[in-house]
Design a protein around this ligand. Structure first.
Ligand code: GLY
Length: 367
């Protein structure tokens, strides 16, 4: 049967064979018109270098303009951030869940191939984006979770580690744990509220970065041939209930790509995004001809309209959380927008830049 992967050959396949298997699946016919290449990401995509000399957007842009596959280039970029212990929102050293275990989510989407893959709540693998890509390349599925995702990665030869905490992420978790009454676990809502309150306290005290509470990296790119891809990877909400999965691995929420239209992705409060499937909404808005900025601002307004729970509103009645969208269309036009002022990264022929987002509201979430 064409493209069938038997269990024996599947298990025998090492991580290094992933690309070869993808090639064996045969070329995808891609129709594209020339475009200005660009890579856009959350701001951490132009901050961390993991001891090297390039940030995520620089690496991805360089590979794309050398003719590399756009998704491979974007993933090589986010791998820098996943592996960097200094970014405690993603991959190795990401802030752990309530039990001190780092659980990671990721998705990727290949516009020209019209395929996608994702993993959620995976433990022990520093680069969940590569496992998401393997789900896309090697299976008929879209999303593998938890132990199944880890076993899949183990079978492919990915290194599985007992603990992805760094001294930094463990120290911050211990501080959160110390302040939280464990008996709240019996009452999920009270516990979630108490946990969130402590997290806000720790932000106000400068102990954790506000952007890293739901910290994530989303990275999207367009090649000179107009090929569009995207990837999102995260350690999710800091100190989440074990097993909580956010928006990042869910198509249409943390990421959506249409190879003919554009790409959109998100960082920030995943639950708000999941309720509104904003990445899909943004891409559909762009399909109707909206500029990426208007398309993404429309999604922020949708989130505001659908946020009615008092605990999620500030004293002005507006959403009291951060949420950011990154959007790029097939022509290479792009935008970074956010609920409150924030930043995003781009790399174009002018080099890498960190820019201010267009914000729906001024100020910042109330602590
Ligand atoms: N946006 C990341 C998360 O909520 O998990």
């Amino acid at each position: 049967m064409k493209n069938k992967i038997t269990r024996r050959s599947f298990v025998a396949t090492g991580a290094t064979a992933i690309a070869a298997t993808a090639i064996a699946q045969g070329p995808t016919v891609i129709r594209r018109s020339p475009a200005k290449p660009i890579v856009i990401s959350s701001a951490n995509g132009n901050r961390f270098k993991n001891g090297g000399d390039m940030t995520c957007v620089e690496k991805a842009y360089s590979l794309i303009t050398q003719g590399g596959d756009v998704l491979d280039a974007l993933i090589a970029g986010v791998n820098i951030v996943e592996l960097d212990p200094l970014d405690d929102s993603v991959g190795y050293g990401g802030l752990p869940n309530a039990e001190g275990v780092v659980q990671l989510d990721s998705s990727c989407m290949h516009g020209p191939k019209k395929r996608a893959g994702a993993v959620a709540a995976i433990e022990g693998v520093r680069t969940p984006s590569l496992v998401a890509k393997a789900v896309m390349d090697l299976t008929d599925h879209h999303l593998l979770v938890g132990k199944g995702a880890q076993q899949f990665a183990r079978d492919l030869g990915f290194k599985i580690e007992d603990d992805l905490n760094t001294p930094n992420s463990r120290e911050k978790w211990l501080e959160w744990k110390r302040r939280t009454d464990p008996s709240h676990y019996l009452d999920p809502k009270a516990r979630a509220d108490a946990g969130y309150h402590v997290a806000l306290q720790m932000i106000a005290e400068g102990k954790i970065d506000r952007e890293h509470l739901y910290g994530t990296i989303n990275c999207d790119g367009v090649s000179p041939k107009g090929e569009i891809c995207g990837v999102t990877t995260t350690s999710g909400l800091a100190w989440k209930i074990p097993g909580r999965v956010g928006d990042s691995p869910i198509l249409g929420a943390g990421l959506y790509v249409d190879g003919e239209v554009g790409a959109a992705g998100s960082t920030g409060r995943g639950e708000a995004n999941l309720y509104n499937l904003c990445s899909f909404l943004i891409v559909e808005n762009m399909r109707r001809g909206m500029h990426p900025k208007d398309a993404a601002m429309d999604a922020l307004r949708r989130v505001k309209q659908n946020t009615i729970e008092k605990r999620l509103l500030n004293s002005s009645g507006n959403p009291n959380f951060g949420l950011n969208f990154y959007a790029v269309n097939a022509a290479g036009e792009y935008a970074g927008v956010s609920m409150y002022p924030s930043h995003f990264a781009v790399c174009t022929e002018r080099g890498a830049q960190t820019l201010d987002t267009e914000a729906l509201f001024q100020g910042k979430p109330e602590g």
